[in-house]
Design a protein around this ligand. Sequence first.
Ligand code: SAH
Length: 392
Amino acid sequence: MDNKRVASGNGCKLYKKCGGCQLQNLTYDEQLKFKQRLCEKHLSKYCKISPIIGMEHPYHYRNKVQAAFATTKDGRIISGVYQSGTHRIVPVDLCMTEDKKADEIIVSIRSLMKDFRMTAYNENTGRGFLRHVLVKRGFTTNQIMVVMVTGTPIFPAKNNFVKALRKIHPEITTIVQNINMKPTNLVLGDRQNVLFGTGYIEDVLCGLTFRISPASFYQINPVQTEVLYGKAMELADLKKGQRVIDCYCGIGTIGLCAANVCDCEVIGVELNPDAVKDAKFNARRNNKNNAKFYCGDAGQFMTEMADNGESADVVFMDPPRAGSSVEFIDSVKTLSPKKIVYISCNPETMARDLELLTKDKKYKVTSLTPVDMFPHTNHCEVVAQLHSDINS
Ligand code: SAH
C-alpha cells in the first residue's frame, strides 16, 4: 500500500483550492483510521465495527470524470471542477483520483475548442456553447463515453468535431451531445443526441456485463465496488429460490450480482427511468430472466408490496446520501425479510435509519463493515447486515 504523505503541498497542487479531497493532508493509513473512527462515532452503538477495507492503489480510481467550462476575463477557456461550495472553476488537467485517460480527453476537447470556434457557456448570461464534459470509462472493457453538455441545441460542425476528437483519441467508443439550456446546478439536461457510437458503454463487474447510459448511476470506483458487493453478497448469504428485493437499484448491479450468486428471484426498484431501462437491459444481457425492475419511489413501492401481502427473504437497500425514508423503513418491517443488507455512503443518515429499523427490537444489526470507496475524500461507505431472526 502506498503510504507516503501525499499532500500538504507535495501531493496535489490544487489541494486547498479545489477542496474535493478533504483528507489529502493525511497518509492513506491515517485516512483509513479517520474513517474507521467516523464510523465508530456514528454506528458503534448498533454493532462492533469491522476494520475498514482500504484500497491497494488508492489513485486514479474514478471511472467517471466531469469538467465544467468557462472563459476567464482575459479570454482563455478553462476547464475543471467547482471549488467546494462555490461556482468558481478551479482549472484541473490531471487529478490523482480521476481516470488519467478521461482527464486527457477533457484537455484535448479544450484545445480543440479554439479551432472549432466553440465558446464556453457563461452561467451569468446563459450564453455560450459548452457547459460540461462528462467522460465515463469501463475499466474492464475499456469502452469510453464522452458527453458534451451544451447550452444550445445547435452543435456547429459536429461531424468534423467528432472526427477530430476521435483522431486524437481513437479509443473513444461513443460521443453524445446532451442539451442543458436551464439555469441549473444539474449537469445533464433531459435531451440528447448520439453523435457517434451507441450512446452508452458497457463494463464488467463481478463477472456480469452492465450497460451504462449518460444519466445512469454507476459506482465510480469499480475496483472497490467488487469488494463492497462481495461483502454484501457474503452478508446476504443467499439461497436458491429466495426472493430478493434490490431497493435503490440503479442499473441493477446488486440485484443481478445476487441472481448470479444463486438462482434467486430478484425485484429491483429505482427512481431514475434511464437507470431502470439499463437495469432491464442488463437483466436480459446477462440471461437473468428471474430479475424484474420497476421505476418508482422505493418507499411507495415497498408500501404497495406490503399492502399486497407480499414477502421477501432478503432486502438490499442502497439509498443516496440523504438515506432512506420513514415510509420505506415501515414497509420493510411489514414485509419482514429475514435479512436486510444496508449499503450506505453516509454513516450519519445510516445511523438515523438503523435507529428506526432497530428501535422496536424487530431487527438487530449483526455486522458493520466500512469500505473505502472514495480515497482522499471524507466520504465513507458502510455495509450493514440486519437480522430479524435474532435468536436463531
Ligand atoms: N445500488 C446502485 C445505486 C445506488 S445509488 C449501485 O450500487 O450502483 C442510489 C440510487 O438511488 C440512485 O440510482 C438514485 O437514482 C436512486 N434513488 C434516489 N432516490 C430514490 C427513491 N426515492 N426511490 C428509488 N430510488 C431512488
